[in-house]
Design a protein around this ligand. Structure first.
Ligand code: ADP
Ligand code: MG
Length: 363
């Protein structure tokens, strides 16, 4: 089922005496989520991700705008009639019920004609449990399960109703690193199997990049960029998006355009005949540096970290906006650690220019 957000806006009135200003948690969202895709809503804490999700599921009413599921306008529809499955960070299982009873709960809550027979309910619960691979644990209580298993129960409970849309709000945040990795692959598999249109909220760019068909990068209630993860990584529209995606993060320098060349300090790092003379930001991905004796950019060598496959060269440059520069180069490269200076050429396609004032991309 495709989902359309049309001028969707949510304003929370400022309540505290100190801060009377309204909070625009979601500002004029206009996009379509294609049927069967997994969309990652990505942005820092407080940027409006949960608010957007709660608008989609009907826990919140928008201040303005509309939501469509397929052709249906569901803006006014109560949450329980929208046919959405929700999964939250904290699982929210009933501790006194068994796994089976937890999964059955949404089905047993149905009234009238919608209600299934006992056998049908049990069969559906069993199918959902099997899908998330907890069918062996049906008689346990949540307290007898690991965090990862509890989250699987929560996912099964959301899936048992065969929702039209699956909404997940930071579902992996409470899991330790290894389980997080494993569970996110599971979620991907389940989503591919069921083909349920899914919105997955996270502040973790790596998580969003790895799991999503498409990411929506947000900041302060506003959509910054929408696209396939690699597209957004390779073609960020502004400095915020460039900095938010990628580990180690992109290296940002204060630079300038002068007579068709881009300078960092006194080093000309890029030909850019189309860019008028100005101060600007030059951002270089860590994998964009190529070690070279007479390379374009000179930096003071800090230390070299060998990480198996790659070498991470940590260096400094007065024009860099952070304390140090991180470059990732192939492990075959030899760094002369006795030299105070290290020089790099910059790979085209890994260097971006941004306006000093608006921080928008200069193309
Ligand atoms: P995220 O999930 O991205 O961390 P939220 O959607 O929870 O962000 O919050 C977005 C903004 O809206 C924040 O500034 C938050 O303080 C504010 N906010 C969220 N819920 C409420 C509410 N019920 N009342 C007032 N302000 C709220
Ligand atoms: Mg949130």
């Amino acid at each position: 089922m495709k989902v359309i957000l049309q001028n969707l806006t949510k304003v929370f009135p400022g309540r505290s005496r100190k801060n009377k200003a309204d909070v625009i948690a979601v500002k004029d969202f206009n996009f379509e989520i294609p049927d069967g895709e997994l969309i990652g809503l990505l942005g820092p804490s407080g940027c409006g991700k949960s608010t957007a999700l709660n608008l989609l599921c009907g826990l919140l009413q928008p201040t303005a705008g509309k939501i469509f599921f397929g052709e249906d306008d569901v803006t006014e529809l109560p949450a329980e009639n929208r046919g959405v499955g929700m999964v939250f960070q904290n699982y929210a299982l009933y501790p006194h019920l068994t796994v089976k009873q937890n999964i059955l709960f949404p089905l047993e809550n149905r009234k009238g004609a919608q209600r299934l027979s006992k056998e049908e309910m049990l069969q559906k619960a069993q199918e959902a449990a099997k899908l998330v691979q907890i069918d062996e644990l049906m008689d346990r209580k949540p307290g007898e399960l690991s965090g990862g298993q509890q989250q699987r129960v929560a996912i099964a409970r959301a899936l048992v109703k065969m929702p039209r849309i699956l909404l997940m709000d930071e579902p992996l945040s409470n899991l330790d690193a290894r389980l997080r990795l494993q569970t996110r692959e599971e979620i991907r598999r389940i989503q591919r199997e069921t083909k349920i249109t899914t919105v997955f909220v996270t502040h973790d760019q790596e998580e969003a990049m790895s799991i999503s068909d498409r990411i929506v990068v947000m900041k302060d209630g506003e959509v910054q960029q929408i696209g396939r993860p690699q597209e957004v990584y390779d073609d960020p529209v502004n400095l915020f998006v460039a900095k938010f995606l990628g580990t180690p993060p992109i290296n940002v320098f204060s630079g300038r355009a002068s007579s068709g060349k881009i300078y960092i300090g006194k080093d000309a790092v890029l030909e850019a005949g189309h860019v008028p003379d100005q101060e600007l930001y030059v951002a270089i991905r860590p994998e964009g540096f190529v070690l070279k004796k007479d390379g374009a950019l000179g930096c003071r060598l800090g230390r070299v970290e060998v990480m198996g496959r790659d070498i991470s060269v940590v260096s400094t440059n007065d024009a860099c906006t952070e304390a140090s520069i991180r470059s990732i180069i192939s492990a075959e490269s030899v760094v002369d650690t006795k030299s105070p200076e290290v020089r790099f050429d910059i790979k085209p396609g890994k260097i971006f220019l941004f306006a000093k004032d608006t921080q928008e991309r200069i193309r």
